[in-house]
Design a protein around this ligand. Structure first.
Ligand SMILES: [Zn+2]
Length: 414
C-alpha cells in the first residue's frame, strides 16, 4: 500500500522532520504565551525566572518546571471549579478524568481543543482500518467522564456512524444490545476487554457465534498492542498518538505535542528506548499544558519508521504506581505479560491475571485464571525470563474482578 493510502493526513504525517520541528516550535511559542495569561502557568514560569519570550525552542522548554496531577487537583481545590490552569471562556464541553489515581479533575474543552483531539483520533482510526461511513459500536463509559463522549464525537467528526452502547450492567441489557447488533451488523466494535467479554458471553447464551453472526473479533491481545495507542489522559491529550502496522509504538502527533521521556529522579532526558516518565506539552490548543508529567512509564523511539510517518513513536509500558520493586528490579505488569504470552491456553477468551504487591516481598506473586496444572511451569518461565523468584497461584475462570474500564493488574495486600 502506498504510504499516502495508509495515512489520514499525509501532508502532516509524512512531513520532513525539519519542517515538522519548525511547525512544532512555532506552535510552542504561541502555547507558552497563552499559558502565561493564566495564573497557574505564570507561576511555573516565574519559578524559573522565565518570561514567555524566553521559551522559543524545545530546548528552552526544558527550563520550565514539570507539573504533576496532584498540582492540578490542588489548584482546582483552591480555585474552583476549573482551577487557574485552564480557561472556561469559549469552552463548549465539560468532562472529568476517570479518577483512576485519585479525585477526578474537571476538564473544559473549547472547539479548538476538541478539533485537535479529533485530528489525533482520525489518524488513529484510519490506521486501524476504520473509514468514514462505517458503522462503529463503542462501549466506552459515558457519564460525566470525558472518555465515552469524546470518542463518540471524534468518530462523528471522522464521518463514522456511531452507536455508543456503554458496558452492559445486566445480562438482560447485554442480550438486548446483542439483538440490536444482529440488525445493525456493525463494521467495527471498539471495546475494552471486560465489556467485550460481557457481550461475547451474552451472544453465546443466545446461541449465536460472536464472530460469524455478529462480526465481532476475538481480542487480539498481545503486549505489543499495549503501545498501539498513545494517550496523555483526558486532561492533556486523549488521542496523543496511534500505532502503525510496524508495531513499534504509537506515532505521536508531534504537530500538537512536545513529548519527552525523563528520569523522574533527576529530571534528565533519557536516551531512546529507555524507560522513563512521559512528559507532554500540548500546543495548537486554547487550553495548553506545559511539561505535564503523567507519571506513566514509556520509551521513545526516534528511529525512522518503515511506514513512512515522520513523527516519533512512543511505547507505553505502564504506570509508575504499578511498578513492583523485587530484588532491585523494577517490574511492570507488561513484563509478566510477555512471559504469559508463551501460554496460549491462558488466553481463551481473555487472559486475566493480577500481581500482588506486599511490603518487603522478595518474590513476584501472581494470580492467574486457568488450569491449576500450569502453575509450576509459569513460575519457572517467569523466573527464567525476569530473573526473580515467582509465586504463582492459579485461580478459577471468573475469579478475578472484571472492571468495566481498565483492568486492575496490581493489588496491594498486607
Ligand atoms: Zn510507522
Amino acid at each position: 500500500m502506498p504510504p499516502q493510502d495508509a495515512i489520514w493526513n499525509p501532508e502532516v504525517q509524512l512531513m520532513p522532520r525539519e519542517q515538522l520541528l519548525a511547525l512544532q516550535e512555532e506552535r510552542l511559542r504561541e502555547a507558552v504565551h497563552r499559558a502565561a495569561e493564566l495564573p497557574f502557568w505564570r507561576a511555573k514560569l516565574d519559578e524559573s525566572g522565565l518570561a514567555p519570550d524566553d521559551v522559543k525552542t524545545t530546548e528552552d522548554l526544558l527550563r520550565v518546571p514539570r507539573t504533576v496531577k496532584d498540582e492540578l487537583r490542588a489548584d482546582q481545590a483552591a480555585n474552583p471549579p476549573f482551577g487557574s490552569y485552564q480557561r472556561r471562556e469559549g469552552a463548549v464541553r465539560i468532562g472529568t478524568t476517570t479518577g483512576t489515581t485519585g479525585k477526578p479533575t474537571l476538564i473544559a474543552w473549547t472547539p479548538r481543543d476538541l478539533a485537535v483531539e479529533y485530528e489525533g483520533a482520525a489518524r488513529m482510526f484510519w490506521r486501524y482500518g476504520t473509514r468514514p461511513g462505517q458503522l462503529v459500536v463503542h462501549s466506552h463509559p459515558l457519564g460525566v467522564y470525558g472518555g465515552g463522549a469524546i470518542l463518540t464525537s471524534a468518530l462523528e467528526a471522522f464521518g463514522a456512524l456511531v452507536a455508543p452502547v456503554g458496558s452492559p450492567v445486566t445480562d438482560e441489557e447485554a442480550e438486548k444490545t446483542i439483538a440490536m447488533f444482529q440488525t445493525l451488523k456493525p463494521d467495527q466494535y471498539m471495546m475494552f476487554d471486560t465489556a467485550q467479554l460481557k457481550f461475547w458471553e451474552a451472544a453465546e447464551r443466545l446461541g449465536l457465534d460472536p464472530v460469524k453472526d455478529l462480526g465481532m473479533r476475538p481480542r487480539m491481545e498481545h503486549p505489543v498492542l499495549q503501545s498501539a495507542t498513545g494517550t496523555a489522559g483526558a486532561e492533556c491529550f486523549s488521542f496523543l498518538g496511534g500505532g502503525c502496522m510496524q508495531f513499534q509504538g504509537a506515532h505521536i502527533c508531534e504537530d500538537y505535542a512536545v513529548v519527552e521521556c525523563i528520569d523522574p529522579a533527576t529530571g534528565a532526558s533519557l536516551p531512546d528506548l529507555t524507560r522513563g516518565h512521559l512528559v507532554v506539552t500540548t500546543i495548537g490548543r486554547d487550553n495548553v499544558m506545559l511539561r505535564y508529567d503523567l507519571e506513566d512509564i514509556i520509551r521513545l523511539n526516534r528511529e525512522p519508521c518503515a511506514c513512512g510517518e515522520t513523527h516519533m513513536r512512543m511505547l507505553w509500558d505502564g504506570r509508575s504506581k504499578d511498578m513492583l520493586p523485587v530484588r532491585g528490579k523494577e517490574l511492570l505488569p507488561v513484563d509478566v505479560w510477555w512471559v504469559l504470552e508463551d501460554f496460549p491456553e491462558l488466553k481463551a477468551p481473555t487472559m486475566e491475571y493480577q500481581l500482588v504487591r506486599r511490603p518487603g516481598a522478595d518474590t513476584i506473586e501472581i494470580r492467574i485464571e486457568g488450569d491449576s496444572a500450569l502453575g509450576d511451569k509459569i513460575a519457572a518461565a517467569i523466573e527464567g525470563k525476569l530473573e526473580v523468584p515467582a509465586r504463582v497461584e492459579m485461580v478459577a475462570r471468573g475469579a478475578l474482578p472484571r472492571p468495566d474500564f481498565k483492568p486492575v493488574r496490581v493489588v496491594d495486600e498486607a
